[in-house]
Write a protein that binds this ligand. Structure first.
Ligand code: PLP
Length: 390
């Protein structure tokens, strides 16, 4: 049986070649240092795990959950926005629980995109924005994130006829993969643009708590008018080392939240209630794990950036996220350079092309391994004579 066209249209898995080479190197007994995966390596704080253990014993959590998320969870999210960002949200009508934010990101296009419609999608970017668009029959218009513009999309470069046809605009700050952050003025411009062209803004804030040196990333919902034009996706994954738990939310515009909840109620049946109770514990319990997480990644970031600087790279330290985004030396494609690092140093990084055509020329290092392994990776680059030279 032929698969459907939408499956055939999925972008090729760009890491397949490198994955094969990794498997071969491992089989040869090479000690691979993997700086590829953006998945926190430290465990979930124990008070959250203990909360799950207790809730899982309660048979009331064993039945179908409330589809849109139990009210106490949505109230905890509202309380979190009030406390951390001064944002007021109605728990009932402006918040929906998600099975991780990726689930909502992948489904939101089903709410607004008809075949032939356009979404505005950042490139490089998290792949779910464009695959979700494609599954709904829509087309992604790529907004290039260029270093010369601080890895922010240039709204004035979007043609009027494209903007007029566009339904959704996806944004993600702090940004995966570039590590960039967005200033208030940018979000203000986005809101004005969304009003002018009647576009729904979908801001992915997965890394809003993963920030360093006292820097506090903005929530999109903090900006005046944001709730008129859009929603914010968020998740416990990166904030509390909970990627495996699958718990997130969307918050903001009533109509958009209602539409997303309606689509979801026809696809899934919500998040395990015991996981939602643990999520309440995470959001309302002690928050000292966040400062520890920030310090840990900041130290690792310093080792990566200072190590690369020592090897000839001109780089600034990212203010947020678990990534360092660096240019590949001239003469290499991002895939060629990632292959070189693997074969000459046993170090795995992600080639920028995997995040879109404008990711070409860069590679991404993830900070999700212990500092001594990062130090070893930098040493191996030096020993292999891998440097950045113009
Ligand atoms: C990790 C990540 C998420 C979070 O995904 P979950 O489904 O909530 O685990 C969302 N967006 C981006 C860009 C990410 O890197």
């Amino acid at each position: 049986m032929q698969t459907a066209r939408r499956i055939q249209a999925l972008p090729p898995y760009l890491f397949a070649e490198i994955d094969k080479k990794i498997a071969k190197a491992k089989a040869r007994g090479v000690d691979i240092i993997s700086l590829g995966m953006g998945d926190p390596d430290r465990p979930t704080p124990s008070h959250i795990v203990e909360s799950l253990q207790l809730s899982a014993k309660d048979p009331r959590t064993h039945r179908y959950p409330v589809y849109e998320g139990m009210l106490p969870f949505r109230e905890a999210v509202a309380g979190w926005y009030r406390k951390t960002r001064g944002v007021e949200l109605d728990a009932v009508s402006q918040i929906v629980a998600l099975i991780g934010s990726k689930e909502g990101i992948a489904h939101i296009s089903l709410c607004y995109v008809d075949p032939g419609d356009i979404n505005l999608v950042p490139d490089p970017g998290y792949p779910a924005y464009s695959t979700g668009t494609m599954f709904a029959g829509g087309t992604s218009y790529k907004m290039p994130l260029l270093e010369s513009n601080g890895f922010l999309p240039d709204l004035s470069a979007i043609p009027h006829d494209i903007a007029r046809q566009a339904k959704l605009m996806f944004l993600n700050y702090p940004n995966n993969p570039t590590g960039a952050v967005a200033p208030r003025e940018f979000f203000e411009d986005v809101i004005a643009f969304a009003r002018e062209y009647d576009i729904i803004v979908c801001h992915d804030a997965a890394y809003s708590e993963v920030a360093f040196d006292g820097f506090r990333p903005l929530s999109f919902l903090e900006i005046e008018g944001a709730k008129d034009v859009g929603i914010e996706f968020h998740s416990l994954s990166k904030t509390y080392n909970m990627t495996g738990w699958r718990l997130g939310w969307a918050a903001g515009n009533r109509g958009v939240i209602e539409a997303l909840a309606r689509v979801k109620s026809n696809i899934d049946s919500g998040v395990f209630s015991a996981v939602q109770y643990a999520g309440i514990k995470a959001l309302t319990g002690p928050q000292d794990s966040i400062a520890q997480m920030q310090t840990l990644y900041a130290q690792r970031r310093d080792v990566v950036v200072e190590g690369l600087q020592h090897l000839g790279w001109e780089l600034e330290k990212p203010q947020a996220t678990i990534y360092v985004w660096a240019p590949v030396p001239p003469g290499y494609s991002s895939t060629q350079f990632a292959t070189l690092l693997l074969e000459e140093a046993g170090v795995v990084v992600t080639p920028g092309i995997g995040y879109g055509e404008y990711g070409e020329g860069y590679f991404r290092i993830s900070l999700c391994v212990e500092q001594d392994r990062i130090e070893a990776a930098i040493r191996r680059l030096e020993e292999a004579g891998i440097r950045y030279s113009k």
